[in-house]
Design a protein around this ligand. Structure first.
Ligand code: BTN
Length: 325
């Protein structure tokens, strides 16, 4: 781990630490500590520097730890997840898994989490704001046969997996907005991004990326252009590594059962949490095309049904984004 990341870890408890003490831990001078700290704004880390007291992060956080993440995993998922990497910084956990090859048999799954993403991606080319240590950014690489991989259905199954993990933690007031948003009290708490690639005839390589807000720092919040929520607003104390483990447990199980049985085993749960059915929504296909209609739920493949002038049409997730009008 680089000196910069070790320094962040020393400050992660949110307490004051003197420059001298920090320098001693890292084998560098006080001036070098200050020089490093000045670069932290790049990570959207807010640092208080108080003469006589030292430095502290405005928000404490629990550093990611692969061993702790594995703790809540069942024996089955623990074995399936042959590779679980925790990185300090990366462009995007999903892009990282896409460009790195598995050293294992294809039946072995790979997961990656990062403290910070310099180029976190959302759906439809949007940026996913990824301040350091504040939230969870995780991706899982798996393979799914082409027959089960219907139009966007996997993103719905992943949302159900996320709901399950959050409910295990005791979080209430959850909902989903087609195709990939998990909401807390009607505001976006988490997003899911599914990337597919594959050669003809073979199965799809799938990377499911999940970003979930735990505690958005003020500086990062200003850059988010939609109503958002984070888990700190729920009042439930959530252990970051434990939650990451619970999400991976549910995600591995969900992708496995999606591969085996398709979307049908998730539809009832999806419907239970669906917040847009019956509401007037706007569908944006590209910058110019907008369709306004009433959301009528999803079909068996996970496509959204929209009623307009008495006619119901289906839309696949890849094509559109939805706003409640
Ligand atoms: C969305 O709501 O638009 C999807 C957001 C997905 C964000 C996650 S964070 C981990 C993974 N890496 C990325 O670059 N994106 C996904």
């Amino acid at each position: 781990m680089s000196t910069r990341h070790r320094l962040i870890e020393l400050l992660a408890d949110g307490h004051f630490h003197s420059g001298e003490w920090l320098g001693r831990q890292l084998g560098i001078s006080r001036a070098a500590v200050w020089k490093q700290i000045r670069t932290f704004s790049e990570f959207e880390l807010d640092v208080h520097a108080v003469p006589g007291q030292g430095y502290r992060l405005s928000s404490a956080f629990e550093p990611l730890d692969a061993e702790l993440i594995r703790q809540p995993l069942s024996a089955l998922v623990n074995t399936r997840l042959g590779q679980l990497e925790v990185l300090c910084e990366i462009d995007s956990t999903s892009d990282y898994l896409k460009r790195t090859k598995s050293e294992h048999k294809t039946s072995v799954l790979r997961a990656c989490l990062a403290e910070w993403q310099s180029a976190g991606r959302g759906r439809r080319g949007r940026r996913w704001i990824s301040p350091y240590g504040a939230n969870l950014y995780l991706s899982l690489a798996t393979q799914i046969s082409k027959t089960t991989l219907q139009s966007g259905g996997l993103s719905l199954a992943a949302a159900v997996a996320l709901l399950r993990a959050l409910q295990v933690c005791g979080i209430e007031n959850l909902g989903v907005k087609w195709p990939n948003d998990v909401l807390y009290k009607g505001r976006k708490l988490a997003g899911i991004l599914v990337d597919l690639s594959g050669e003809s005839g073979g199965p799809f390589n799938v990377v499911v990326g999940i970003g979930i807000n735990l505690k958005i720092p003020e500086s990062a919040a200003r850059a988010i252009d939609q109503p958002w929520a984070d888990l700190s607003q729920s009042g439930v104390k959530v252990d970051r590594n434990h939650l990451a483990g619970l999400i991976l447990e549910e995600l591995v199980r969900a992708t496995d059962s999606f591969e085996e049985k398709g979307l049908q085993v998730f539809i009832q749960e999806w419907n239970q949490f669906d917040l847009i059915t019956g509401r007037v929504v706007e569908l944006h296909q590209d910058t110019e095309t907008k369709i306004t209609g009433i959301a009528r739920g999803i079909d068996a493949s996970g496509a959204l049904l929209i009623e307009k002038n008495g006619v119901t049409s289906r839309y696949d997730a890849g094509e559109v984004s939805v706003r409640v009008a």
